[in-house]
Design a protein around this ligand. Sequence first.
Ligand code: GRF
Length: 219
Amino acid sequence: MSTNLKKIFHKGFQNLFIIIYYSFFCGEFKDCQMKKIILFASGSGSNAENIIKFFQQKKTAEVVAVFSNNANAKVLEKASNLQVATYVFTEEELNSGKVLQKTNEFRPDLIVLAGFLWKFPEDIVATYPNKIVNIHPALLPKYGGKGMYGMNVHKTVLENKDSHSGISIHFVNENYDEGAMIFQADVLVENCTTAEEIAVKVQELEHIHFPEVIEKLIK
Ligand code: GRF
C-alpha cells in the first residue's frame, strides 16, 4: 500500500472514531451544539414567530416545536411557515401526562410560554424545574393571576391611570404568574388613551427583549 493510501486510511479511521465518540456522548452532533426550545402558545403567536426567527439566525439554540391547545391558533400557521414542528393537544391530554411525554421526546433545554393561556400542569413543572419561562404583559406583581391576560391587562392599566406598564419574564411554578422574576422592562403609557395603544407599546418591548432573555438563560 502506498504511503498516500495509508495516510487516507489513517485519516478515515480518525474521523470515524470522532464521529462514534460524539454520537455516543451527545446522541447526535446537533445536540452538542444547539440547545432546544419548545414554545407553548395559544393565540396569534407574534412572540413565537419572533423567537423562532431570532434563533434561526443563531447557533446557540433552535425552536424544535410549537405546542398549542388551540387547533385554530394562528401561531400554528406561523410555525409551519418557518418549518417548525407543531403539536396540538386537548385539556385531557395536558393533564393526563400525554403532553409531558410528548415534551420529553424533544428533550428540551428550555420551555417557553409565549401567550399560553391555560394553567401549566404540575407534572411538566416538576420535571423541568427552572426550565420553564413565561412572559406577562405587565409589571408583575401588578395585574397578574387568573383572568389577567391580553387586553384585560391593558384595560386595567388604563383604568387605573398608571403612568408605566411593561413586561415581566419569569420562571413558571404551580401558581399563575408567581414564579421567580428573571427580567422586567417598562414603558411610559401615561399619554395612551386606549388599551390598544398600551398593547402596542408593551408588544414592542416583548419583541425586543424576550429572545435575548431566552438566549441568556439557555447559554
Ligand atoms: C403577549 O402579550 C404575552 O405577554 C402574553 O400573551 C401575549 C401573546 O401575544 N403572555 P402573541 O400571541 O405572542 O402575539
